[in-house]
Ligand binder design. Structure first.
Ligand SMILES: *Cc1c(COP(=O)(O)O)cnc(C)c1O
Length: 397
């Protein structure tokens, strides 16, 4: 009687999609001290910590002005307000992005005009931007999606030719560089988010606008405090979107590690590239494409899964306790709230295909090589053993 031979099995642990505590816990003492400092000062809103953060983020972005606010979403809204965008105006935006890029436009009564992406970088296609310009076009909002700068060189040329304002959505891309200019310094205003999942994340919501334009900076500072200057005198109707000193204090501490974390993200990305290439997965997956003009900061590592297998792979990885996400499953031009704009399935083919195929893998700075090996191992296993069994698999309608 023979027994099946016992094969050595490596115990594989769960891999979280994102573990923020790994970057925060080494800094706990400094962060707590910084928070206590704010509590003792009593200056909870727009205190000195905020100015310090504004100056540092402006410097990183290569511009003189940083204007803190309550979120990245508000940064977009305030930027559009400062450029007097409203009813009758069109603002060109990608559809393959987070909701806030377009909702800020709608909130002000202007019309978001959705355009398609370059399928390699997932960023707005400059040609599509050019083709969408009309006499009503007031601005464009290129998004530096997943941490890779949009093609700002071409976008600025087109925008200048047609006198269109440029607001950069750099929510996912602090520290990224296109050619030799940081994101946020190309357009009229750059918008940054410090939401906890971003490359520089606070202990809650906050955001910032950066600009080289003195007058715009002044206007943004006014608009974030109800258009009030001096106290109780209102020259125009702004909103309440101030930066909390506690968030700024936390971010000032975390900023000291941002370079190291960005480098760690870049190393993780390169390691995935090597691991997936060695595993010869190119017929099943497309790896991210990095423009030679870009310094990519890898807020996300985004693969494409071919042949309608994305959801099945995600389910398999989930069963193996590997966390993944889908950014973004429903393009904005197909969202119910924008139905009256008249887009249909098929309007933006590259965007729609990306929404069906993309899968975001763990890429956070403290992700270990072993964990990455686990992610790749299970992905390979899925295609080696599960595909046959799943040939009848159909994505849920
Ligand atoms: C996160 C994000 C925003 C909004 O930032 P919040 O701080 O969450 O309001 C806007 N655009 C993009 C592309 C984002 O990823």
């Amino acid at each position: 009687m023979t027994f099946p031979t016992k094969r050595a099995t490596v115990a594989r642990r769960a891999v979280p999609f994102l573990d923020i505590s790994r970057e925060n816990s080494p800094l706990t003492a400094s962060i707590q001290a910084a928070i206590e400092g704010v509590c003792e000062s009593g200056a909870f809103v727009l205190g000195p910590e905020c100015r310090q953060l504004e100056d540092t983020v402006a410097r990183i972005s290569g511009v003189p002005h940083g204007i803190g606010c309550a979120s990245g979403s508000d940064a977009l809204l305030l930027s559009l307000m400062a450029l007097d965008i409203g009813p009758g105006d069109e603002v060109i935006v990608p559809s393959f992005t987070f909701f806030a890029t377009a909702s800020a436009v709608s909130r002000l009564g202007a019309k978001p005009v959705f355009v398609d992406i370059d399928p390699r970088t997932y960023n707005i296609d400059p040609q599509e931007f050019a083709a969408a310009i009309t006499p009503a076009t007031k601005a464009v909002i290129p998004v530096h999606l997943f941490g890779q700068p949009a093609d700002m060189n071409h976008i600025m040329t087109i925008a200048e030719e047609h006198q269109v304002y440029v607001i950069e959505d750099a929510a996912q891309a602090i520290g990224a560089v296109h050619l030799d200019r940081p994101v946020g310094s190309w357009g009229h205003i750059g918008c940054i988010s410090f939401y906890p999942t971003k490359n520089l994340g606070g202990f809650g919501d906050s955001g910032m606008m950066v600009t080289a334009d003195d007058e715009l900076a002044e206007r943004l500072r006014l608009l974030r405090v109800h258009g009030m200057k001096p106290r109780y005198v209102h020259r125009e109707v702004g909103i309440n979107s101030r930066l909390d000193s506690i968030q700024a204090a936390v971010l000032n501490v975390k900023l000291q590690s941002l370079n190291d974390w960005t480098n760690a993200r870049r190393e993780n990305a390169e390691r995935y590239m090597r691991m997936f290439s060695t595993a010869r997965m190119s017929s099943q997956l497309t790896l991210p494409s990095v423009s030679p003009e870009s310094h990519h900061v890898w807020n996300q590592f985004t693969i494409r899964v071919h042949d309608g297998m994305r959801d099945a792979l995600r389910e398999y990885l989930n069963d193996q306790k590997v966390g993944t996400e889908i950014y973004y499953p429903i393009p904005l031009h197909l969202q119910a709230c924008f139905a009256d704009l008249g887009y249909r399935e098929g309007s933006l083919p590259h965007t729609e295909q990306a929404a069906r195929e993309v899968l975001n893998l763990p890429i956070f700075p403290m992700l270990t090589e072993d964990e990455q090996e686990t992610v790749v191992h299970h992905s390979v296993q899925f295609f080696a053993s599960e595909v046959g069994r799943l040939t009848d698999y159909r994505p849920a309608a």
